[in-house]
Design a protein around this ligand. Sequence first.
Ligand SMILES: Nc1nc2c(ncn2[C@@H]2O[C@H](COP(=O)(O)OP(=O)(O)OP(=O)(O)O)[C@@H](O)[C@H]2O)c(=O)[nH]1
Ligand SMILES: [Zn+2]
Length: 225
Amino acid sequence: MKIDSNFEEFESIGNNHIGTSESTPLRHDAFKLSKEEKIDIIKDDVRHIMETLGLDLTDDSLKGTPNRVAKMFVKEIFGGLDPDKKPSASTFENKYKYGEMLVEKNITVYSTCEHHLLPIVGKAHIAYISNGTVVGLSKMNRIVDYFAKRPQVQERLTIQIVRELQEVLNTKDVACVIDAKHLCVNSRGIRDIESSTVTSEFGGRFKDKATRREFLDYIKLDTKF
Ligand SMILES: Nc1nc2c(ncn2[C@@H]2O[C@H](COP(=O)(O)OP(=O)(O)OP(=O)(O)O)[C@@H](O)[C@H]2O)c(=O)[nH]1
Ligand SMILES: [Zn+2]
C-alpha cells in the first residue's frame, strides 16, 4: 500500500496544542494505516536503501534487517507518535500537604534527532510544586519516555514534557531541564564527542529567580551519560 506523499497538510498531536511549534508536526493521515501496514511499507523502504548502498540482502546477517528496522521504528523508537501510548497519569490528592517542590532527577532520555535520525541520549530533570494534586513518581519517567520516542529536537521535547505535566497536575508550576548528547554532533559532522546540549522550560513560579535557583541547585548538572 502506498501513502500519498504529496499531502502537505499537517496536524499535531501531543498536548493538544494543535498547530503550535511545540507539537510534533504530523500529516493529517498519520493514523490511517495500521502498525502492520506501516511496518510492511518501511521494510521495503529500508531494503531499498540497503540495496542502493550495494549490500547483499541474501546474506544471513543482513536479510532480517529491513524487517527489524521497520518494527523498531514503528513499535519502539517512534512508538511515542501513537497517542494511545500516552501514559495514563493517575493523580492523587496531596494529602501530606507537602508544599515544597518535588524534583525527579536523572530520568534517562533516549530519543532520536529528527534532522539525522541519530540518537539523543541524556538525562531529564523535572520539578513541580503541587497545587493540591500529586502524580506517581514513575509517571514522570513515563511521560519523558513517551515524548522522547518521537523524532525530536531537544527544545520541543523539553516543552512537551512540561505542557503535559502542567495539564496532568493542573498547575503552571512545572519545570524541566534536559542535558543530552546528540550523536549527530558527537559521532559525525563536527564530531565533538564532549559537547552536550542543555535545554530548559520554567513554568509558573519556576520563572522566579529563587525557585529556579533551588531547582537548579538540586540537580547540579553533573550529568553522567
Ligand atoms: N536546535 C536543534 N538543533 C539540532 C538538534 N539536533 C540536531 N540539531 C542540529 O540541526 C542542524 C542541522 O543542520 P544542517 O546544516 O541542515 O545539517 P548538516 O549539514 O548535517 O549539519 P552538520 O551537523 O553541521 O554537518 C545541525 O546543526 C544539528 O546539530 C536539536 O535537538 N535542536
Ligand atoms: Zn541530528
